[in-house]
Design a protein around this ligand. Structure first.
Ligand SMILES: [Cu+2]
Length: 153
């Protein structure tokens, strides 16, 4: 009976590991993928997208692939550090920019992509807690945010 329980726990453990292995947060050969979530505002209500980050030789290359933006509108995007306003929700923490993407414009269908390569130190630990996409015309408008690091420290 004891042994059977033990085997059962191992199987559960393996299942959990397999799930983690398929989880997009893992840093692997394909890089890390982070999913954008809509912020609590009315800007670009169907906006969504992902960020894929790969590292090599101390540098990190991140590509954003976005949909549901306002057609032909200009945007900016950044990595931000964990800020002072939350310890558990990076997107609500209001931290400073640590690495910026080149500005970009959504196409006629509201799709856009942008990519940047920078020193890993710029987004190491709390320095790279989340990714924001802002209206270029008014950076205070942030339709979507992708959490990268969920807990400060
Ligand atoms: Cu920003």
């Amino acid at each position: 009976m004891e042994e059977r329980m033990f085997v059962h726990k191992i199987v559960l453990g393996l299942t959990a590991t397999a799930l983690l292995g398929s989880c997009s947060m893992m840093m692997g050969a394909g890089g890390s993928t982070y999913t954008f979530k809509h912020k609590a505002n009315a800007a670009d209500p169907t906006a969504m997208g992902k960020a894929v980050a790969t590292t090599k030789d101390g540098m990190v290359s991140t590509t954003l692939t976005l949909t549901g933006l306002t057609p032909n509108k200009a945007y900016i995007a950044h990595y931000h550090a964990f800020g002072p306003e939350s310890n558990t929700d990076p997107c609500a923490s209001n931290g400073p920019v640590t690495l910026g993407f080149p500005g970009f414009t959504a196409d006629a269908s509201g799709n856009a992509t942008t990519a940047v390569t920078g020193d890993m130190a710029k987004i190491a630990g709390d320095q790279g807690a989340y990714l924001n996409v802002h209206y270029a015309s008014d950076p205070s408008v942030v339709p979507i945010c992708a959490p990268v690091k969920m807990t400060k420290g």
